[in-house]
Design a binder for this molecule. Structure first.
Ligand SMILES: Nc1ncnc2c1ncn2[C@@H]1O[C@H](COP(=O)(O)OP(=O)(O)OP(=O)(O)O)[C@@H](O)[C@H]1O
Ligand code: SF4
Ligand SMILES: [Mg+2]
Length: 320
């Protein structure tokens, strides 16, 4: 029995701000400038758990999801999958066990491909026979509530938004994964379709005993789907804990500000606090939320607070 599906220790992803050519970078005297998209993050995702990841645009949520789905390498830090340390050479081995679903999943798909071709693509590199492939396609489609015969030869352009997202989920589950990172999977859908797809994702999670990282801007969605919530700010997780507890009693001033305006909003969208989001290139010293924080103290401007546990919740703030 594994203790964690994912464990991260100091997990970091920096992107070079302006990509230079090889020769250019050799002759340039200027130091490289880095976008600190994910900056020394520690977290765990337990088997069967849904961890919601929330935070403002540009805080590094998609980058973190892509790192777990092996679509992005880390700059430094350690990542463990099923309690085993992951290095780049393991990516191929674990790729079928970790899948990702995006907000507009069919954007990058060849519109000429059939639905069957799209959904069964993850099986192509394995030695699955045609009969078995047909069977797995039928099972995956039935799990997402689509009829395999009706949809097999259709094209993406013939499908509604909700059907497209069902196809993307079928593609993600066909290789029998352990974990799926879902990046705003219902945000582009109409409210009624959003609820259907959300119910479907919750049902599939239970039936297939999956583990999810669920990225969302919508607090009602996070509340409905997740067991725990992690709040990201400027490349850092600043608070994480049981969903109900974090929503009822947010500890970090950023979480408090994010949640403040929610009950008055019909849509339940998280609204960022006022003030500038820091550039991930030139981050503020100390606590990176300090220029926007109503409780800022001297220490906040100098020293970065480490993650500390208070009860069931972990929070990175000098107030605790
Ligand atoms: N391939 C890349 N090259 C350079 N910079 C990148 C790359 N991918 C992401 N970034 C930068 O990393 C930062 C974090 O981006 P990311 O997409 O992870 O944020 P996010 O929290 O998912 O935002 P949103 O809520 O808008 O989807 C941003 O500043 C972004 O511009
Ligand atoms: S560490 Fe200081 S500036 Fe940062 S959130 Fe806490 S009180 Fe505010
Ligand atoms: Mg994103």
């Amino acid at each position: 029995m594994t203790n964690t599906v994912f464990k991260a220790k100091g997990l970091t992803k920096y992107f070079e701000a302006s990509k230079r050519g090889f020769v250019e970078s050799l002759v340039s005297r200027q130091p490289k400038i880095w976008v600190k998209a994910v900056d020394e993050i520690d977290f765990e995702i337990m088997p069967g758990e849904v961890l919601a990841l929330v935070g403002e645009s540009g805080s590094g949520k998609t980058t973190l999801g892509r790192m777990l789905a092996t679509l992005e390498t880390s700059t430094k830090g350690d990542l463990y999958f099923m309690d085993e340390k992951v290095s780049r050479k393991d990516y191929r081995r674990i790729r079928r066990q970790v899948q990702m679903v995006f907000q507009n999943p069919t954007d990058s798909i060849d519109p000429r491909m059939s639905i069957k071709g799209i959904v069964t693509e993850p099986l192509h590199r394995s030695d699955v026979g045609e009969a078995s492939k047909d069977e797995q396609f039928a099972t995956a489609l039935s799990l997402v509530g689509l009829d395999a015969k009706t949809f097999a030869q259709r094209r993406v352009r013939d499908l509604s938004g909700g059907q497209r997202q069902r196809v993307a989920v079928a593609r993600a589950i066909i290789s029998n994964p352990t974990f799926i990172a879902l990046d705003e999977p219902t945000s582009a859908l109409d409210a009624s379709v959003q609820a259907q797809v959300l119910n479907l994702l919750a049902r599939i999670h239970d039936e297939l005993k999956l583990t999810y990282l669920f990225i969302t801007h919508n607090i009602a969605v996070a509340r409905y789907i997740s067991d725990r919530i992690a709040v990201m700010y400027a490349g850092k997780v600043v608070e994480q804990g049981p969903t109900e507890e974090v929503i009822a009693n947010p500890k970090h001033p950023y979480t408090q500000a994010l949640l403040k305006s929610v009950p008055t909003l019909k849509t339940h969208e998280l609204v960022p606090p006022s003030g500038e989001v820091p550039s991930l290139v030139g981050l503020p010293t100390g606590c990176r939320f300090h220029p926007r924080c109503p409780y800022v103290m001297d220490v906040c401007k100098e020293k970065e607070p480490a993650m500390r546990r208070t009860g069931n919740v972990e929070v990175a703030c000098w107030l605790y």
